[in-house]
Design a binder for this molecule. Structure first.
Ligand code: DQA
Length: 148
């Protein structure tokens, strides 16, 4: 069976659309999923799209992707800036992992300037709202040499 791209979303991203819309915009997580699904279909890629508020669940999914996935798009939310365990989980992977953010954390509070995810990821795309995910999927497709 063809390996899937895992799009994994961390804490509070289930609230997209109503959460600080001046920062994150008004697109919901369902909108993000629909955009990712549409692009994946056009690129011929299989997609798994998930969200969890818990760190352990995200690590379990990263390990699942490590064994069964082709690549990962990861928006770890605030865990980006705090989770050494997610850093270790990414370091244990050989498939590409792209860090994505709706906002640009480097333009925001100093505590968002450090990224454990970014220190382990293949690359980072941030600041384009929902489009960050689209750009991230396109980058993954290129990396995996799927037609794009
Ligand atoms: C975020 C940025 C993080 O700093 C924040 O904690 C989030 C969302 C983003 O997508 O812009 O929850 O990952």
């Amino acid at each position: 069976m063809e390996k899937a791209i895992f799009v994994l979303n961390g804490p509070n991203l289930n609230l997209l659309g109503t959460r600080e819309p001046e920062i994150y915009g008004t697109d919901t997580l369902a909108d993000v999923e629909a955009a990712c699904t549409a692009l994946a279909t056009s690129l011929g890629m299989k997609l798994v799209f998930r969200q969890s508020n818990s760190e352990g669940q995200l690590i379990d999914w990263l390990q699942e992707a490590r064994d069964h996935g082709a690549g990962v798009l990861l928006n770890a939310g605030a865990l980006t800036h705090t989770s050494l365990a997610i850093y270790d989980a990414i370091k244990a992977m050989t498939i590409p992992v792209i860090e994505v953010h709706l906002s640009n954390p480097l333009r925001r509070e100093a505590f968002r300037h450090h990224s454990y995810v970014g220190m382990a990821a293949t690359g980072t795309i941030a600041g384009f709202g929902l489009h960050s995910y689209v750009l991230g999927l396109e980058a993954l497709a290129k990396k995996l040499s799927v037609k794009s």
